[in-house]
Design a protein around this ligand. Sequence first.
Ligand code: PXG
Length: 302
Amino acid sequence: MWCLPYRFAQEVMKVYLDGQFVDEADAKISVFDHGLLYGDGIFEGIRMYHNRIFKLREHIERLYWSAKALLLEIPMTPAELVEACLETCRANNLREGYIRLIVTRGKGTLGLDPRRCPKPSIIIIAATIQLYPDAVYSEGMTIATVPTTRNLVNSVNPAIKSLNYLNNILARIEANLIGVEEAIMLNTDGFVAECTGDNVFIVQKGRLFTPPLSAGALYGITRNTVLDCARVMGIPSGEPNLTRYDIYTADEMFLTGTAAEMVPVVKVDGRVIGDGRPGPITARLLAAFRETTRHDGEIIFA
Ligand code: PXG
C-alpha cells in the first residue's frame, strides 16, 4: 500500500495572532502592550507528541486559572482555544514539537492600570523543540541551589504562570555563573520551591516526594502526570516541605517540565545524589511518562 508522503514543517512559520495566521516576520504586537511594558500577561508551554497535543485541556485549564488570578478576560472560550492550538499545528504541519500559548493584557496607556487595556491579545506559536542532549537523560544533570529566593506566594504567586519571569531569570543567571543548567530555588523559609522552569522530585526509600504548591511551586502538568504514573505503579508519594538536607540525602532526584520531561539529577551543590547515576525508580517513571505521551491529548491530523 502507498503511504502519503511525510509532511515537513513549513519553511515560513505561521503564527496565530488574534484570530489570524500571519507569517513569523509579520507576527508583531504593539509597544504599548502591557505584556511588554509590565509583564502583564500569561502563558503556557505545551508539547506535541505522536500527532497529539499532550495534556492540552489541562494546559488550557491552567491558563484560565492564571487569567482568573489576574482578572484578565481571555476573549475566547476554552473550546475555541483548543481548536486554535490544533489549527496552529496544522498550519505549520507539525506533529511533534512545542506550542507557546500567550495571552497579553493588550494595548494600553503608559500606566499600570489594566482597565486601560480594552482587548487582550492571543498569540500561539507552534515550533519544533531543542531537547537536552541524550547524555543528560542517561547520565543525569548537575545543578545547584542559588541565592535568589522564589517569589512569595503573597506577592507574585508562583502558581500564576505569568509573563513576569524575572524571579526565575535572576536564578537562571546565577545558574549560568555557577556553570550549571538548572537552579534550585528555595523559598524565604528555606524550603525547596522548584527550579527555574521545572518542578523538583526526590526518591527516598522507594517513596516519591515533591514540594507542595504552597512552598512556591507551579502546578506543573508534568509533575501531575508523574504523580499519576506513580499512583498507577503503586509507588507511594507525598508532598511535604523539602530542605536541602532531604535533597543531599535522597536516593534519587529528577526534575519535571514540559520541555525537559523528566531529567535525572545526579549532583547538587557539588554533592553526589544517591550513587551518582540516574536511579531505577526515575527510569521506571520516565518509561511510564513516555508511554502516556503516546495516547494522551487531542489529535492534530485525523
Ligand atoms: N516550574 C516553572 C517555574 C515553570 O516555568 C514548570 C515548573 C513545569 O511545569 P509543566 O506544566 O511544564 O510541567 C514550569 C514550566 C523554558 C520554559 O523555556 C519552561 C517552562 C515553560 C516554558 C518555557 O525553559 N516550564
